[in-house]
Design a binder for this molecule. Structure first.
Ligand code: ATP
Ligand code: MN
Ligand code: MN
Length: 303
């Protein structure tokens, strides 16, 4: 009985991740990074990545033959996945489907074994999928926008959110733009959160039409920044902080402190090669406390 007692009160034993097959397979042909390098990257950032994706419906980008060949976006649980859980959710078409959910490091590493390079969570948890707890304003610059303008856009989004008494957080995407992330208490569902995000984007575009637009048209973008509010909705995703991107250089979506923005020169400034060392070096998590921010959108509910 004593032994049982001990076992019950002990921390759950960490599950063993699957053995990595083809560790020397090159997944980033431009950089020579192998599957083993990807696995070691995810092991190194796991304590930071996991809180950003655990318990949320999760999409992944898999590149079985590396980023030089076809990659695909996967939302659903597939045969052979044993450590990755699923949650059965209604899809837009009305049918139900099994969405991927990871709860621990072993499950993440199982997805890496399946050649997942990118992780894209919902802005809601699997056990409460209609209640949003993250808004993402995804700033997508047109081809002729200098990065200084993307920086300025992120600061403007932050300031306008502050005017609404909403605190926000910054991350690079590992691509061309930046994300401004607003944590929410999981109170309001997407039918409030999505129109809020849309109105916010539209107001920005209306007040400064030379800098911003709120429609996805690439043709109209040119010198302007699309304030992509479409990351906010049931089933929509945004790249997770600390996820790699399946792009040359193996860039990382990196959370930053607002104070770090002024010296940032590009959205893909952080990579597989430097992020683990950077995490060891840094004294403070720039997003520390994001889970403790108590804010919601109830007061914006239409009367
Ligand atoms: P960038 O800074 O280069 O724009 P990004 O991650 O913001 O990087 P976007 O093209 O703006 O890239 O895409 C925003 C999000 O849309 C992605 O992070 C992803 O979660 C989602 N997305 C991308 N591809 C697909 C897809 N095939 N199906 C569904 N959602 C996708
Ligand atoms: Mn984007
Ligand atoms: Mn976008």
């Amino acid at each position: 009985a004593a032994a049982k007692q001990t076992r019950r009160s002990a921390k759950p034993v960490a599950r063993t991740p699957p053995k990595l097959s083809s560790p020397t397979k090159v997944l980033y042909p431009d950089d020579g990074y192998r599957k083993l390098d990807v696995a070691q990257y995810y092991e190194a950032v796991m304590d930071h990545l996991l809180p950003e994706i655990a318990g949320r419906p999760l999409s992944i980008i898999r590149c079985p033959a590396g980023t030089g060949k076809a990659c695909f976006f996967q939302k659903h649980h597939t045969p052979g996945m044993e450590l990755v859980r699923f949650v059965r959710l209604k899809e837009e078409a009305g049918n139900n489907a099994n969405y991927l959910v990871v709860d621990d490091a072993a499950a993440v590493m199982e997805l890496v074994q399946f050649n997942a390079l990118e992780f894209h969570p919902w802005g809601a948890h699997a056990d409460d999928p209609d209640r949003a707890d993250r808004i993402v304003f995804d700033l997508d610059p047109g081809p002729d926008v200098p990065f200084a303008e993307v920086r300025r856009a992120a600061m403007d989004v932050r300031r306008r959110l502050e005017e609404l008494e909403l605190e926000s957080f910054l991350r690079t995407t590992g691509g061309k733009g930046l994300h401004v992330v607003v944590p929410l208490q999981p109170r309001d569902d997407w039918t409030l959160v999505k129109p809020f995000a849309q109105s916010f984007a539209e107001a920005l575009a209306q007040s400064e039409p030379d800098r911003f637009l709120s429609v996805a048209s690439k043709r109209l973008r040119n010198k302007r920044i699309f304030v992509d509010y479409l990351r906010n909705g049931r089933g929509a995703t945004a790249v997770a902080s600390y996820s790699l991107r399946a792009r040359p250089g193996a860039p990382v979506a990196m959370p930053l402190a607002w104070s770090e923005l002024s010296k940032l020169t590009r959205g893909d400034a952080f990579t597989l090669a430097d992020v683990p060392a950077r995490l060891k070096r840094r004294r403070k998590d720039p997003w520390a406390g994001i889970e403790l921010v108590k804010q919601s959108l109830g007061r914006f509910r239409p009367k």
